[in-house]
Design a protein around this ligand. Structure first.
Ligand code: DX5
Ligand code: ZN
Length: 224
């Protein structure tokens, strides 16, 4: 059975003191760190590059889940793998050969992931899943580009559809995840939860992660 894990998104952290933010996530019991990489073309925002991933990697032993919101991810896989990524997600909507790019991610020793935006039908990722090259599916529950947006519940049906077909796959959900939305997301079969604003704004991140994990475990287990 897939393990429930909480991944703080450092997009919501104080970028001026990233090392302290990473340490805060570690001390709060985070399972992985999620990094949002944006190129200003695939999404309207620009965030961080491989140098920031490398810096975070130096600051923590936690696995790094790297979400590439890039129009041409294939040109940057190697740089992000060398920077210390453990898993690299590419978008199905990107301008690349998806299977070749997933293979390239695996060849560089990382877990390969595919992610899908809210308006994109879930069946668009089935050929990639059937290729056997996917370790993690990341379902977007906001339109990517910015933290702090409202959760789009339509993502839940996509999670459920993937979970029905692949009971053991890692399925993450990203966008607007908080102590309330984590429950329906887990009940539909998500096991990895990306959360930025809700965790970094919490008065006590440790308490927030512990509560989020318990709520997710209860909902995931009651649904199977
Ligand atoms: C959105 C990013 C998310 C974002 C989540 O483009 O992919 O990872 O940081 O942030 P919250 O939890 O604030 O919605
Ligand atoms: Zn993300």
């Amino acid at each position: 059975m897939p393990k429930i894990e909480i991944m703080p998104s450092i997009l919501a952290a104080d970028m001026g003191n990233l090392e302290a933010a990473v340490r805060q996530c570690e001390q709060a019991g985070a399972d992985q760190i999620h990094l949002d990489i944006m190129d200003g073309v695939f999404v309207p925002n620009i965030s961080m590059g491989p140098a920031v991933v490398e810096m975070v990697n130096r600051a923590t032993e936690l696995p790094l889940d790297v979400h590439l919101m890039l129009i041409r991810p294939q040109e940057h896989i190697e740089a992000f793998a060398k920077a210390g990524s453990d898993a690299i997600m590419i978008h199905i909507e990107a301008d690349c050969n998806v299977e070749d790019t997933l293979q390239k991610i695996r060849d560089l020793g990382c877990k390969a992931g595919i992610t899908v935006n809210p308006p994109t039908p879930i069946d668009s990722i089935f050929p990639a899943l059937e290729s056997g090259l996917v370790d993690e599916v990341l379902i977007m529950s906001v339109n990517p580009g910015f933290g702090g947006q409202r959760y789009i519940a339509d993502a839940e049906e996509k999670v459920a559809e993937v979970r029905r077909r692949y009971p053991d796959l890692l399925i993450s959900i990203d966008g607007g995840i908080d102590l309330e939305t984590v429950t329906p997301a887990a009940a539909h079969g998500a096991n990895l939860f990306v959360s930025g604003t809700s965790l970094f704004k919490a008065p006590d991140m440790k308490e927030a992660i512990t509560s989020m994990r318990s709520a997710a475990e209860a909902a995931f287990n009651s649904a199977i």
